[in-house]
Design a protein around this ligand. Structure first.
Ligand code: SAH
Ligand code: SF4
Ligand code: F3S
Length: 459
């Protein structure tokens, strides 16, 4: 009698992602490539044979988070757990071999440009070598990874990278150091990825990502620019919503503003980081726009799309920021009426030009300013969600509520998340919902009797 050979179980990889959309996307691309070698992705770190911490160094706190996560896995290795341990992403790029020297049980350190080579690098680490790859790749032939994230079919939306790196040099920012100069991905490749996400994974919402998407294609002869890319993505059948992040106000051209009039798929929400409302601070940050220019862009966008809502990023306590300059940021928050924002205390980053400014920064003062800003932001956010009470909105159903059973959540084009009764089978469909109550970040609602469009999902 012949017996069926017992195959060894597939090795498992656990990737913890810190930081921004770029890291999220890179984690998916690493999972996709490792799957080719039989790696199964897991959400449970305890059952993993390979743990990768995909790290962020944008602020000191983000780096601390990664060190404490790393400490836990290093302890487990010391206690004899057989585990390959890797650090990827921006801290890996920044600290490089210092990480290997400092931590003897870290096996693998690879920067963001190591992502296309992750299969080889992991295989080397698994064969007992200690691996370091922090070389930047050639911009002209940059090998953007085309494999789809195996988890893409689980979601209604997907990120698609359109560029890597950043050519700006905002004086506080570590990203140009960790990600290198900007390279635009060929538009044919972007459009192909969008098509495959729609056709094979049932994705309906595409978010184009990069650090400065508005400068897409400008360095490449005969390539589309960002506005042209938006029009081309909108033509892909099945793309119901298009978002993008992050956008730099300096490069927001009239053609992108026009797209808000022409393209219904482009959502009524734009994340446009302003950082500060004071011209002197903006100049010292090297953002290359003024408060007035920012407000002008907002006005033109709202003429093109009257229901557009804006969110932003703020840094408070930049070196030398005075109370009066901070108050300009507070007044800009009200003047634009941002419905939400990410706000941060300035965090000095190694090697950045802001370190050379002679005025220092005071963490306690920054903390107090941040509290004021966030308090006012919460009031504005709540006023916005409450303004929907009684209104009927259309949402794309994204998933189950994490807190309440029998409740699903859907997002409006303007990015309002509404929770309402429903079931898992409805994920990926569209619903008309009456908002019954607005909270600071989300709203609650009830379905109205209008027909619901159920779209079959190809999982
Ligand atoms: N490319 C994007 C920003 C990416 S970083 C843009 O230019 O808008 C995300 C946010 O982190 C920034 O918008 C900024 O608000 C914040 N940030 C970046 N460096 C920082 C630092 N050194 N200290 C505090 N916040 C910082
Ligand atoms: Fe950093 Fe400025 Fe580039 Fe954004 S645009 S990633 S803030 S350097
Ligand atoms: Fe962080 Fe790197 Fe993104 S520093 S914000 S993960 S580009």
């Amino acid at each position: 009698m012949s017996s069926t050979p017992v195959l060894p179980p597939a090795p498992k990889v656990y990737i913890r992602t810190f930081g921004c959309q770029m890291n999220d996307y890179d984690s998916g691309k690493m999972r996709a490539q490792l799957a080719r070698d039989g790696w199964q992705s897991t959400d449970d770190p305890d059952e993993a044979d390979l743990v990768l911490l995909n790290t962020c160094s944008i602020r000191e706190k983000a780096v601390e988070k990664m060190h404490s996560a790393l400490g836990e896995f290093r302890r487990q290795k010391r206690e004899g757990r057989p585990l390959t341990l890797g650090v990827t992403g921006c801290v890996a790029q920044l600290e490089g071999d210092a990480l290997l020297e400092r931590y003897h049980n870290v096996d693998l350190v690879l920067g963001p440009d190591g992502v296309p080579h992750v299969r080889r690098l992991v295989a080397e680490a698994r064969s007992g070598q200690r691996v370091l790859d922090t070389d930047f790749l050639d911009l002209e032939t940059y090998p953007f990874v085309t494999d789809l994230d195996p988890d893409a079919a689980k979601k209604v939306g997907a990120f698609v990278t359109i560029q890597k790196g950043c050519d700006n040099r905002c004086t506080y920012c570590i990203v140009p150091t960790t990600r290198g100069d900007e390279a635009s991905r060929p538009s044919a490749e972007i459009l192909d990825e969008v098509r495959r996400l729609v056709e094979t994974a049932g994705v309906q919402e595409i978010t184009l990502i990069g650090q400065n998407v508005n400068s897409y294609g400008l360095k490449v002869p005969h390539e589309k620019n960002f506005a042209e890319l938006l029009y081309a993505v909108a033509e892909v059948p099945g793309v119901r919503r298009i978002r993008y992040t992050t956008s730099h106000p300096r490069d927001m051209g009239d053609d992108v503003v026009q797209a808000y009039q022409d393209l219904p798929q482009l959502t009524s929400h734009l994340h446009l980081p302003v950082q500060s409302g004071n011209n002197k601070v903006l100049r010292r940050m090297k953002r290359f726009y003024t408060r007035e220019r920012f407000l002008d862009i907002v006005e033109r966008l709202r003429q093109a799309r009257p229901d557009l809502v804006l969110t932003t990023d703020f840094i408070v306590g930049f070196p030398g920021e005075t109370e009066a300059q901070f108050l300009d940021t507070m007044s800009l928050l009200d003047e634009v009426g941002f419905v939400s924002s990410f706000s941060f205390k300035y965090s000095p980053r190694p090697g950045t030009p802001a370190l050379r400014l002679k005025e220092g920064h005071d963490d306690a003062v920054s903390g107090e300013r941040l509290t004021r800003l966030q308090k006012r932001q919460r009031e504005l956010s709540l006023a916005w969600t409450r303004s929907h009470e009684g209104q009927v909105v259309e949402v794309l159903i994204e998933g189950l509520s994490r807190h309440d059973e029998g409740v699903i959540c859907g997002r409006t084009s303007a990015n309002l998340m509404v929770n309402f009764p429903g079931s898992a089978s409805e994920v990926g469909s569209w619903a008309k919902v009456r908002v019954t109550r607005g909270f600071t970040h989300t709203a609650r609602g009830e379905r109205v009797a209008a027909p619901v469009e159920i779209r079959a999902r190809r999982a």
